[in-house]
Design a protein around this ligand. Structure first.
Ligand code: PMP
Length: 477
């Protein structure tokens, strides 16, 4: 059996840094990444046969858990009929209908293979539709690695401490206006000065690539208002939040389109609550888990309505296969080729295996799944908060629906400056103590923690995480 160290050395000889996406190289925590052999439910196994409870969930897609039988079966069935045709299939239509059923503002949907392509295309569409060149993004938000969107980006750009990337022409970067996140005054000022030149504003559903920073107060509704007043388009990037924080993503959760309290099927709600209570009784909780959405999402206004013009989706919508999408009003989406002048294409776009995985995932992702994912997040975030308090470690738990992350800072974090100002040195010891105890978290303080329905359904996995929390928090002290 090869060790992770041997596999990493071999990989480094033929792959830059040994990885195909930078954060996987463990640069900010040091040491050797675990090469994964296989995964099932809430657990991963590495090449050395070590078992981990997984709080990365492939950085979001694995909402149900790994190798869910319904998803695997759907992919196997699709694979047996051919891997790719470069021709339309009815699975694409079915998946577009499933997306629109959850997010009705996505009247038409175009499928691509990565979140990067989805946001890149949404921006081209915004420019094409408005005839304007400037794009507004927010510091610490990540929208993939296309040229115009890497300025002050989150995720690996934040982990690497990079302002942007080499190889982005200055002329391209100059067309991106970067504003502080959650800063309504800066937004108004920008629109007052340059509103007529702005093609679109792109914003994460809830920021989750600088750690988790929920949009506060009227931030998103004000983006929509200013865009619509000045003829710009609002692009809501739900690649990470879409179909994860609610059936209709952050937009659905915060507008109250999918409020669990208001579900008509109250018997089902009661069953979900009872199952959560039973699970909680089986867990080794040394604290009272917080309840109530508002308490867990400081500063967020729930129930305010707004309408983005374009949405981008990824991760969960492809069920772990390469698939992403953009969607919006029919009249706008029809400006894409072949109907309109804005070009976009892809050999593997709408791949039949990816569509099968996405369809099976969305079909399985019912209210009980979202309740499970939320409950696991509440429990783990609550345990972290209690243990960090016990150790006297200054911290703030960023929350946006089921997404959370730990900031090692006293003050609530509302923007990228706050996220960067934390005591980042505390993270690596915490990461490695979790790792030692068989709990896999993302190897960067600037990433979200992800839960799955499989995790909440697996008491031993939940308890393994809860058992690991006190020592991991002590390591951060
Ligand atoms: N937008 C957001 C909000 C993301 O979180 C990500 C990836 N983490 C992307 C876009 C890019 O997606 P991909 O990695 O599939 O290109």
């Amino acid at each position: 059996m090869s060790t992770n160290a041997e596999l990493f050395r071999n990989a480094q000889a033929v792959i830059p840094g040994g990885v195909d996406s930078p954060v996987r190289a463990y640069g900010s925590v040091g040491g050797t990444p675990s090469f994964i052999d296989h995964a099932k439910g809430a657990r991963l196994w590495d090449a050395e046969g070590r078992e981990f409870v997984d709080l990365v969930c492939s950085w979001g897609p694995m909402l149900l858990g790994h190798a869910d039988a319904r998803v695997v079966e759907a992919v196997q069935e699709a694979a047996a009929r051919g891997l790719s045709f470069g021709a339309p299939t009815s699975a694409e239509t079915a998946l577009a209908e499933a997306v629109r059923a959850r997010v009705p503002l996505a009247e038409k949907v175009r499928f691509v293979s990565t979140g990067t392509e989805a946001t890149m295309t949404a921006i081209r569409l915004a420019r094409g539709a408005t005839g304007r060149d400037y794009i507004v993004k927010f510091a610490g938000n990540y929208h993939g690695h296309s040229d115009g969107l890497l300025s002050e980006a989150g995720s690996g750009v934040a982990t690497g401490g990079l302002p942007s990337s080499a190889g982005v022409p200055a002329g391209v970067a100059a067309l991106t206006i970067v504003l502080p996140y959650n800063d309504v005054a800066a937004l108004r000022e920008c629109f007052a000065a340059r509103g007529a030149e702005i093609a679109g504003v792109i914003v994460e559903g809830a920021a989750a690539n600088m750690g988790v920073v929920a949009p506060r107060g009227e931030f998103l509704t004000e983006i929509a208002r200013l865009c619509h007043e000045s003829g710009a388009l609002m692009i809501q990037d739900e690649v990470l939040t879409g179909f994860r924080v609610s059936p209709a993503g952050w937009w659905g959760l915060s507008t109250g389109r999918w409020p669990r309290e208001a579900q008509e099927d109250s018997a089902k709600d009661q069953a979900i609550e009872e199952s959560a209570a039973t699970s909680r009784a089986n867990l080794k909780l040394g604290f009272e888990p917080p309840t109530g959405r508002a308490a867990q999402n400081e500063g967020v206004v729930f129930g305010a309505d707004w309408s983005p013009d374009l949405f981008t989706f990824g991760k969960v919508v492809g069920g772990g296969m390469p698939l992403a999408a953009l969607g919006g009003r029919a009249e706008l989406m029809d400006q894409l080729a072949p109907l309109g002048p804005v070009y976009q294409a892809g050999t593997l776009s709408g791949n039949p295996l990816s569509c099968a995985a996405g369809l099976a995932t969305l079909a399985a992702a019912d209210e009980a799944v979202y309740a499970a994912v939320d409950a696991a997040a509440d429990t783990i975030a609550g345990a972290l908060d209690a243990a960090l308090n016990a150790e006297g470690v200054p911290h703030f738990i960023g929350r946006a629906g089921s997404l959370f992350s730990v900031f090692f800072s006293e003050a609530p974090v509302v923007d990228y400056a706050g996220a960067k100002a934390q005591e980042t040195w505390r993270f690596a010891p915490m990461f490695w103590e979790f790792h030692r105890q068989g709990v896999m978290i993302a190897p960067s303080v600037f990433e979200a923690w992800f839960t799955s329905a499989a995790l909440w359904q697996d008491d031993s996995a939940m308890n393994q995480v809860l058992d690991a929390v006190p020592a991991a928090c002590k390591a951060a002290a």
